[in-house]
Ligand binder design. Sequence first.
Ligand code: ATP
Ligand code: MG
Length: 465
Amino acid sequence: MSHYILPASLPAYALAVLSTLEKGGYEAWVVGGWVRDALLGMPSHDVDVCTNAPWQESVRLLKAADIEVHCTGIQHGTVTAVLEGHPVEVTTYRVESGYSDLRHPDSVQFVDSIFDDLARRDLTINAMAYHPIRGLLDPYAGEKDLTLRLIRAVGDPYRRFSEDALRVLRAVRFAARLGFEVEPATQTALQQCAPELAHIARERIGHELTGIIATGHLAWAMRTQRCVLLAALPSLAPMVGFEQNSPYHCYDVYEHTMQVVAATECFAGGHASMRLRWASLLHDIGKPHTFTMDEKGQGHFFGHPSAGAQMSESILRMLALPTSLITPCLDLVRFHDRPVKATRHSVLRMMSDLDSRCPGQAVPLAFETLILKRADAMGKAAPYRSYAIEIDKIELILRELVGQQAPYRVKDLAISGADVVEVLGGRPGPWIGTILESVLREVVHGRLDNSKSAQVAWILGEKSV
Ligand code: ATP
Ligand code: MG
């Protein structure tokens, strides 16, 4: 199979940038991700342009053509043109060394030839340039590797990964995203250079791990690129080979986690949220640290969900992931092993507890908790996998409760704080919240109707006790 880019598939705004630079007497090419994805027929991608024009010249020519331009990374030779709302990064041909921040090399040297610029890129499939008239420039046979479905480093893989260990994770990310194999010499170098990830800034690691997880193929990476993942996230290491000594389990903690990660993706139809994906990876991270053995020789992991939530918090914070992901993710870790029964009040209690830490997110989090519990069951010994069916019954109740808008928060109650003051008198204060919480507890347990008259009567009754 040979790939081909239809010149017309290059967006008009990118063409405008190329021709503006070339009319000014310079050379310009589209490079990197857009070329790779266009050859694969994948949806359009941000367009990156590289040119032999010094950045000051790019700015001058683009401005003269009435194109909006911003100096986004001039120390690395990058400016960004914006046309009809589409950003196009324009970078002067360069070679570089060392990246200590997330995106930019420490020092760059500008060069005259596109060939030198392509030579500094990480993978053959990322080292192609395209021009609508001159066609494809592919000195490292990236197109052939697209056909062979191979991830291969440009030049000597060991050298490329030693120059910038983050490339180790990038290679795994592209393999996971595209479902490609890693070419054997590249794979050997990945393993040799993975320990160098210890010297890479944690937020860069967090960014790439997020990229790997976002492909939905983390289980593949856990199986085939274990040493890379462990180098990126050393806290996973104690799970490897950690036997559970329990009739519920037939896998060690790492293998179990891999099964759960795969099943989570499957039960979520390939579209698990990022917080759920992270939670599936980290749900049992507390196990090796909470292991005890009873007199019969059976293993237990008392308190592993909350220990795991604590460990997960420090891991996710260290990787500089946003709090909006961390908080609900920790709740999923905390809840994954909590007993929930197929009864209305058990499900309402789960929703109420989820809402207390993550206000407004109880409904999606409850569905995600059930996906994680179902996947967790699938990673157990065969006789215990049928618990997954019990989860279906719980999910039916959850759907029913959501459909009925059943109350699980104070604000869902028929009675309000003002009603409490009116009924009991007294000055507004925190005591009102305490009373409303007790009313909610009764309603969630099904002992009290969600009607104002019933709740007023209950409050008066409580007060007289
Ligand atoms: P996507 O944005 O879809 O993940 P991309 O190929 O555009 O993929 P970017 O990270 O945006 O990836 O980088 C753009 C291009 O820059 C890459 O295609 C590659 O040629 C080059 N590149 C990026 N990071 C590195 C690196 N660490 N080492 C070498 N080349 C790199
Ligand atoms: Mg990109």
